[in-house]
Design a protein around this ligand. Sequence first.
Ligand code: RIB
Length: 314
Amino acid sequence: MTVAVVGSVNMDVVARVARIPRPGETLLATGSSRGGGGKGANQAVAAARAGGVPAVFIGAVGADGDGSALREALIRDGIDVSGLATAPLPTGVALISVSDDGENAIVVVSGANAAVDRLGDDQRALVAAADVVLAQLEIPLPGVLAAAEARADHAAFVLNAAPSGALAARDTAARVLAVVDVLVVNEHELRDILRGTGGDAGHELEAAVDAIAARVPALVVTLGAAGAVVAVGRERRHVPAFPTQAVDTTAAGDTFCGVLAARLSDAGRRPDADVLADAARAGAAAAALAVARPGAQEAVPTADEVAGLLETAS
Ligand code: RIB
């Protein structure tokens, strides 16, 4: 069993601020830090720390110090980085403001992530050997579609459609939905996709879920403190959130997705609603632990921590 994550890896440069700055405003930070980030790499770390299944990361860094540091960090987590290419571009950087109430605002400078617009033969072979393939939208769309195409017949293609801006364009949303086995989105991303498929993005949540659930085999919508909704065909499950004290919500969604994918590694291409809800519950527990800590990859909990929370909550 293997989970292959195809996506971005960034050096996160974080400023702690009292609140997120308004347009045109300059704020003085109360502190700063640097750490491993990128939606793809964060999800690979979450899948690896979930335990029980080896994780492979496929992406690109630059030939620079940040690239080496990020590669080493993934290796320390036991992740197979043989599909992590070195591109003739600087390593991706994310400029992140985190407010005192844990909210964030993120600007990504893609750099080497832009080179993941196709997969090389070795990268395709890693994808083809995986039981679950997990991707996001922080790399070019052709790279995402290449990952979906390269997966084995039995393997689920799980797409976390974040960031979702590109999917508000009509053709793009339809092309992406056509290759997905499990779609994971937050409410904002759900509405972007609805807009991209010609639907009414102002629908009530339930109607929005129904509209997109009709277009993919399985859908998970994360709702922050309200938990998550799992939709498979006409089946619906609500997964409650775990209480937490938010320090930094960066990578909460990534943690959810990585743990969910690891839990689906033996579920095959079409997980049913109960299997998906179980996986989402573990993802929600991991995300609750992650938001209580600062940082992205450094905040991702271990399998023991997640098991502990699941046990105390049951
Ligand atoms: O989802 C959080 C991530 O988004 C950060 O780690 C940052 O790198 C951006 O990719």
